[in-house]
Design a protein around this ligand. Structure first.
Ligand SMILES: CC(C)(COP(=O)(O)OP(=O)(O)OC[C@H]1O[C@@H](n2cnc3c(N)ncnc32)[C@H](O)[C@@H]1OP(=O)(O)O)[C@@H](O)C(=O)NCCC(=O)NCCS
Length: 171
């Protein structure tokens, strides 16, 4: 098993962005709800295009993007955090995790914990009390991981797959 203490966690630079995007695209399948019946390739294509925004996001003072790098200089994980987003019911400013990904070889080695704690420090240093995130309910590994690190369920996001009713009513 790879050793996490041979891994360095540091702030990301713009030259890391292609590897961050490749990793996020590689593991995005774990975050896709089975309700969606999405084709993995289509999701990966969408994710890759969406993440091009990281080039601008990295320059924002409220963004905290950190990478984990192994001895060979290979990027083995990243976390993308933002400080100062409004919480939807109270309006209180808090931190938010947009992505946390680790290469599967390094799962279970503590790299994700180190990345998330780095993001927590970043958010706390900006005077914020809370750090939020969204997890797909089917992503049991991530849910267990976040619970282990002290995150609690606060709200449920619900969805219904819509279909025409059997008895059509006139509207
Ligand atoms: C979710 C993810 C980041 C977790 O990474 P990981 O490498 O397993 O996490 P770590 O090794 O740092 O584990 C940290 C702690 O969580 C615990 N943990 C991890 N997975 C667990 C599980 N399935 N059940 C219980 N505890 C778990 C570990 O035991 C460890 O606890 P300890 O430090 O007290 O021993 C990783 O699996 C991943 O990149 N998944 C794909 C992307 C993803 O789903 N990201 C989250 C999107 S919101």
């Amino acid at each position: 098993m790879p050793l996490a203490d041979e891994v360095v966690v540091r702030p990301a630079s713009s030259s890391d962005i292609p590897a961050i995007i490749d990793l996020a695209v590689e593991v995005v399948g774990h975050s896709v709800s089975p309700l969606r019946e999405s084709r993995l390739e289509a999701v990966q294509e969408y994710r890759r295009a969406d993440l091009q925004a990281l080039h601008e996001v990295l320059a924002l003072p409220e963004s905290g993007i950190f990478v984990a790098e192994d001895r060979q200089g290979r990027l083995v994980g990243h976390v993308i955090a933002m400080a100062g987003r409004s919480e939807s019911s109270t309006g209180e400013l808090q931190g938010w995790i947009f992505d946390l990904s680790v290469v599967p070889d390094f799962w279970g080695t503590g790299v994700a914990r180190r990345l998330l704690e780095r993001a927590e420090d970043f958010v706390m240093a900006r005077g914020l009390r809370f750090l939020g995130l969204g997890v797909t309910s089917a992503n049991k590994r991530a849910l267990a991981f976040y619970e282990r690190l002290g995150y609690q369920e606060e709200r449920k996001q619900m969805v219904k797959t819509l279909s025409p009713r059997a008895s059509e009513e006139e509207h």
